[in-house]
Design a protein around this ligand. Structure first.
Ligand SMILES: Cc1cc2nc3c(=O)[nH]c(=O)nc-3n(C[C@H](O)[C@H](O)[C@H](O)COP(=O)(O)OP(=O)(O)OC[C@H]3O[C@@H](n4cnc5c(N)ncnc54)[C@H](O)[C@@H]3O)c2cc1C
Length: 348
């Protein structure tokens, strides 16, 4: 049982937020520490897309993740009295005849029917964007307004747990004591900064930099997210977030001119409009080679845990994985082998 136990979480990005919420709901006393420099959860576009367009496959475990996240975010909106979770259709603009045929094959497959609208005449001739091979509409896609989400959930955590705005000092952790306070477990959720962690820093967590632009445009639709070579996400009053780059093994946090040019070049496959660039942001995704998160416990320090490696789809994965992780901490569930760090770490 973890009720009435004391847990310390390091990192209040999406991972730490979801775990803190799940633990508080079970009656655990949570302290969360964050140094206030987030480079992923508040930079993310927050898109939740059930499909992987590159391979025209379903996203990993989407049949489980999607229903869970829908009720998780909706309940959280009510609890925090905020709005941050929205349905947002995605229209894939096909890049080739071959891609269109892939879609047409899959749309008749029962496993895909929940995620693909059958292509109609209108989809073939969609004229709000360049569309030489037609387009397909995704079902069940949505998005999290990440700024509002982080703000609302941090407020919630401050009301229901202890929130310490400071740098976690690894040298000050002595067993389960941290700065004169004793805990039952420590959970590390440091995103790409896991590399500094003395216990989990050796795990193969990669750093995949991503940059986005906020633009103003007049020719793009405001009721759908377009996708071809890049995503175009409608935001307030004629503005759009577009992106993003995938800069492997890169953990620098500054914006670059090359990334801006790359994104604008990708946008030229969707529109010829010369758009106005309003803002540019850079962040770092905590990614893994096998595209599976890094969850589990340290073999020599069984009360030190890690919840990290959410990759490019954290907003889809975190709600259910955090619930599963808490069942694991309670001793009621074995972690899925695909996510368990035992696949890399020393044998348990
Ligand atoms: C450009 C970009 C676009 C993205 N788009 C999407 C998208 O559309 N959909 C989607 O689902 N996902 C998207 N993602 C991925 C998503 O952002 C991540 O999967 C997720 O946010 C990772 O969350 P995290 O909490 O694990 O890490 P982070 O958000 O990095 O949080 C880690 C936290 O730990 C804190 N921390 C670290 N070390 C310490 C320390 N020593 N002491 C105190 N605090 C510490 C940091 O301050 C930080 O707040 C995108 C990411 C990027 C960069």
């Amino acid at each position: 049982m973890i009720k009435d136990k004391k847990h310390l979480i390091v990192g209040a990005g999406l991972s730490g937020i979801c775990l803190a919420i799940q633990l508080v709901r079970r009656g655990t006393h949570v302290t969360i520490i964050d140094k206030g420099e987030n480079f992923s959860s508040i930079i993310a576009a927050g898109m939740i897309n059930p499909l992987v367009f590159r391979r025209m496959t379903k996203s990993w475990r989407v049949d489980e993740f999607l229903p869970y996240l829908n009720s998780f975010y909706a309940a959280l909106e009510q609890e925090t009295n905020s709005s941050f979770f929205y349905e947002l259709p995605i229209r894939r603009l096909f890049s080739s005849e071959q891609e269109r045929n892939f879609w047409l094959e899959k749309e008749n497959n029962p496993a895909f029917q929940a995620y693909m609208h059958p292509v109609t005449e209108e989809d073939k001739q969609y004229d709000n964007a360049k569309n030489p091979f037609g387009s397909g509409r995704v079902k069940g896609s949505c998005f999290v307004d990440v700024h509002s989400f982080v703000e609302a959930t941090h407020r919630w955590i401050q009301q229901h747990a202890k929130f310490r705005n400071e740098l976690f000092d690894y040298n000050a952790l002595d067993g389960l004591n941290y700065k004169n306070e004793s805990f039952d477990a420590i959970i590390f959720c440091e995103g790409f900064e896991n590399k500094n962690n003395p216990w989990f820093g050796e795990l193969p967590l990669d750093h995949t930099k991503g940059q986005t632009l906020t633009i103003r445009a007049t020719s793009l639709p405001d009721d759908v997210s377009l996708n071809r070579k890049c995503f175009v996400q409608p935001r307030e009053k004629g503005t759009y977030k577009i992106g993003s780059t995938y800069e492997w093994h890169n953990s620098t946090t500054h914006i670059t001119e090359e990334a801006k040019e790359e994104i604008l070049d990708n946008l030229s496959y969707i529109t010829d409009e010369k758009v106005e660039v309003l803002n540019q942001e850079a962040g770092i995704r905590p990614t893994t080679r096998d595209r599976r998160p890094l969850l589990g416990s340290h073999p020599q320090h069984p009360n030190y845990h890690i919840f990290n490696g959410l990759g490019a789809k954290g907003y889809m994965l975190a709600p259910l994985l955090s619930e599963e992780f808490v069942h694991y901490l309670e001793g009621n569930l074995d972690l899925d082998k695909e996510v368990n760090i035992s696949r890399y770490f020393m044998p348990e």
